[in-house]
Design a protein around this ligand. Sequence first.
Ligand code: NAD
Length: 509
Amino acid sequence: MIANPSILHAEPTMLAHWIGGRLVAGTSGRHSDVYNPSEGKVCAHLPLASEDEVDAAVQSAKAALPAWAATTPLRRARIMFKFKDLLEQNANQIAAIISREHGKVLSDAHGELQRGIEVVEFACGAPQLLKTEFAENVGGGIDSYSLRQPVGVCAGITPFNFPSMVPLWMFPMAIVCGNTYVLKPSERDPSTALFLAELFKQAGLPDGVLNVVNGDKTAVDALLSHTDVKAIAFVGSTPIASYVYTTGTAHGKRVQAFGGAKNHMVVMPDADAEMAADALLGAAYGSAGERCMAISVAVFVGDKIADDVIARVRRKIAGMKVGTSTTAGAEMGPLINGPHRDKVKGYIDSGVDQGAQLLVDGREFSVAGAENGYFVGPTLFDHANTDMKIYQEEIFGPVLTCMRVPTFDAAVKLINDHQYGNGTAIFTRDGDTARAFAHGIEVGMVGINVPIPVPVAYHSFGGWKASIFGDHAMYGPDSIRFYTRLKTITQRWPSGIRAGAEFVMPTNK
Ligand code: NAD
């Protein structure tokens, strides 16, 4: 266990950057406030980096690069093993930091950390993962083989909704591949990333290999245009993902940028109604709907199953325990901040105005003893249609919108016509229907009787359409491709050239 990070102190403290293996105070003169959403109170102040401070972080990563890239994958992996151990040993403390700044309940904070740890576990396989291909005798006496070499200094820009998991999707894989890193976490819940960096140092990571620079658009723009940054990973909302992709690639960088989502769950007439209702409850309201893989639209094929499942969901909502992030047994906490709470309430207003049937209204919800927390209660709409804002846009709150369609084909068309394509699910007992769905749906991650089909760490994570900009998915095998450059070598040794110059293609011999 290591010393308590400052975020767990009672009074708001000024946080810092993590550059060159130590905390470095901000010098830009700009800062923002970090809130505890359960209490609606400021819990820390955050320095917002200037261009010069971003440059200091990049230079630290650049200086550390040659030695780290030359470190054997086996030694890099050994540090990963220790990092994984430390993450597990400090899990309670990490979860407490996540909950305090994000507002998600402790059990959920543990859940996201576990998914992040699984990526570190995958990264421990670097010596095997970085093995490449060799072909003997591609021509007479000529062999060909490929190498996967580090890209250089890489940067990650992360959203507020998974303060440990999304950074852990990025920097462990980059670093185990021999790159050095600058992470720019969300300014709304930055302390987790600082603590992760401290733990990684304790695991034996050399100074400068991982740097954390805190900030806003100024810091992001400085990373996007910095000539020494070679690759950028981004996760956040679609407009910013599009901007990061366009700007980063215009500056010659490799970019993967993941955006927003509107995930549909199809419920077929033959589905197990109780199983579907339970799945909807957890997938729509877990983490207060602030998950890129949350189910925000339920699509019922036929009125009979719709009436049955919706009645069950209503009953289950009445039994849900909503509380502060540390309330024992709470299943759902507050939203991230006041403006976001108001935005979500605005969406509920618009659903009512546009004629959807509001079955459960979370707008006036409050938690006894935490009246200043940013709560919106679980909200349920029925009879929505495609013209409504609550259907078209990502709400990112505890709002489940139900739609009714007559056929399976109509459900598929609805999903394929939507701008987003992150995740989706189908609930059915029929293998043929499930198979047709998996084959024909234009969405990157598909669940069959699994509501939130986030791939495990040894697959890769990625959506389609407006949910992704760039070619590579995150973590898993795709991350090896993203964080390495392919080099292919064709070799012949001196005995092959004793005959003098050659004028035909070697493969013709
Ligand atoms: P956001 O886009 O507001 O912020 C993400 C990052 O971009 C932050 O680090 C922020 O500082 C930075 N940023 C914000 N505005 C910027 C600007 N104008 N210029 C440059 N940088 C800017 O997203 P958020 O609200 O933190 O996160 C929620 C969003 O992330 C949702 O849309 C959610 O669906 C999405 N998300 C997607 C995935 C996925 O895998 N597709 C995963 C998690 C979250």
